[in-house]
Design a protein around this ligand. Structure first.
Ligand code: PSV
Ligand code: MN
Length: 405
């Protein structure tokens, strides 16, 4: 297969640095990024929802969009579902439709935050009946995992309080533990529960699972099938997320990611758009673990973005490409030289090694990888030319929208 002069030059430069380009490409070809079904339907903020032409109205249309993102990128072969937004009476049919579209169903996300009954919380609600409803919904999702052959139950709770004195923190911690234990015990073999934390919102005084420590504690109590999920939008300003990532990996408790980007809080901006350096540093830790034969990891790489304003499929393709870029750069870090600089306490050299990798233009490399995978080297341009957006804009008119909006 022919390659561009830019790629040849890059390959030559990297080989001189002792970096095996074929190994780097092999890693990039097996990258797996899951896109969220809720990124394809209409969504908005609490101030309003702006409808988009062609927005997916139901689970089947969301699968079609996810499959389109995979078709153009080659590295997004699964889609996460949110229940009840993606609920259907025919799980077998939906699973088959996904297979027909050459994608698979990924994580199942229960929704215990939107129904009116959850106004004061779900598993930490003061009402025994509402706590039961929330647990039963999660058990229903375990059943959906069985029907769709999903191996991930991804949990996020909006539970928290808004006023001092509103509730008893310790009681709520015990309710959370009881609920998670019951669901954990129902998990099928070879599946995992991912526990997502978020430091605030929708509650503003306290949140029951506010940080990696509280999520980790629950995962520890439950057992090996429970791990922590890191959503990049769920930390206070300035948090060193790459450090959290390294810590969780070292404890065997990093189960998954929700990628997005943020300026202020949980903004759902395009991953890599605000702080690409942070994303690179996170990937640097992930690749370090991937390359270490002593470290075992099983990390689900998922995007969690609701594209309120950007055309949804385009925004997803753009996000996937940004993740490829961050991963590629992290694969170019000279690990041996970095370890030597760290051992010698050569701070300037250590930082320069990271900078060299992060400043490398990896576009020619990614274009070559896509060509070798039988894809167009420029996914976004190819998608825009494909006529898919025009087709869905015409076809998806009227009808009930099932989901956020
Ligand atoms: C909450 O902010 C969150 O990050 C959770 O993952 C939800 O499931 C998702 O967003 C969708 O609203
Ligand atoms: Mn999330």
């Amino acid at each position: 297969m022919s390659s561009s002069p830019a790629y040849n030059l890059l390959a030559e430069t990297l080989e001189k640095q002792g970096i095996q380009i074929e190994t780097v490409k092999a890693h990039l070809k097996q990258q797996h990024i899951e896109t969220p079904s809720w990124g394809y339907g209409n969504s908005g903020t609490r101030f309003g929802v702006f409808e988009q032409p062609g927005a997916a109205r139901n689970a089947a249309e969301r699968l079609e969009d996810a499959a389109t993102v995979h078709r153009f990128t080659g590295v997004a072969p699964t889609v996460a579902l949110h229940i009840p937004w993606d609920k259907t009476d025919d799980w077998e049919g939906l699973k088959q439709y996904a297979a027909d579209l050459s994608i698979g169903i990924g994580a199942i996300n229960p929704n215990v935050f939107q129904d009116q009954v959850y106004k004061l919380g779900s598993v930490c609600n003061p009402s025994t009946e509402i706590r039961r409803l929330a647990i039963d919904h999660m058990l229903e999702c375990v059943d959906i995992m069985k029907k769709t052959r999903s191996d991930l139950l991804s949990l996020w709770f909006a539970d928290g309080t808004n006023f001092p004195g509103q509730a008893n923190f310790r009681k709520r911690k015990q309710w959370m533990t009881e609920a998670l234990s019951e669901v954990y015990d129902a998990l099928p073999d070879a599946t995992r529960m991912l526990i997502e934390y978020k430091f605030f919102e929708p509650a503003f005084y306290h949140t029951d699972l506010a940080d990696w420590g509280t999520a980790y504690l629950m995962a520890m109590k439950l057992g090996t099938k429970a791990q922590v999920l890191v959503d990049l939008g769920h930390h206070p300003q300035g948090t060193n997320i790459e450090f959290i990532v390294a810590y969780l990996i070292d404890e065997g408790k990093l189960g998954g990611f929700h990628f997005n980007s943020r300026k202020y809080a949980d903004d759902d901006l395009t991953v890599g758009s605000i702080n690409p350096q942070e994303l690179f540093l996170i990937y640097t830790e992930l690749v370090a673990a991937e390359l270490d034969p002593e470290t075992e990891t099983d990390i689900a790489y998922m995007i969690d973005q609701s594209h309120n304003l950007k055309p949804k499929v385009e925004a997803s393709i753009q996000s996937v490409c940004n993740l490829q870029k961050a991963y590629a750069k992290a694969l170019l870090v000279d690990r041996e030289a970095l370890a030597a600089a760290q051992d010698a306490a050569d701070l300037v050299e250590a930082e320069s090694i990271l900078q060299r990798a992060s400043e490398t233009d990896v576009n020619p490399l990614l274009e070559q990888v896509r060509l070798e995978m039988g894809r167009d080297p420029h996914p976004l341009t190819a998608y825009r030319k494909s006529g898919y957006y025009e087709k869905i804009s015409k076809a998806r008119v009227g009808g009930e929208s099932q989901g956020w909006a």
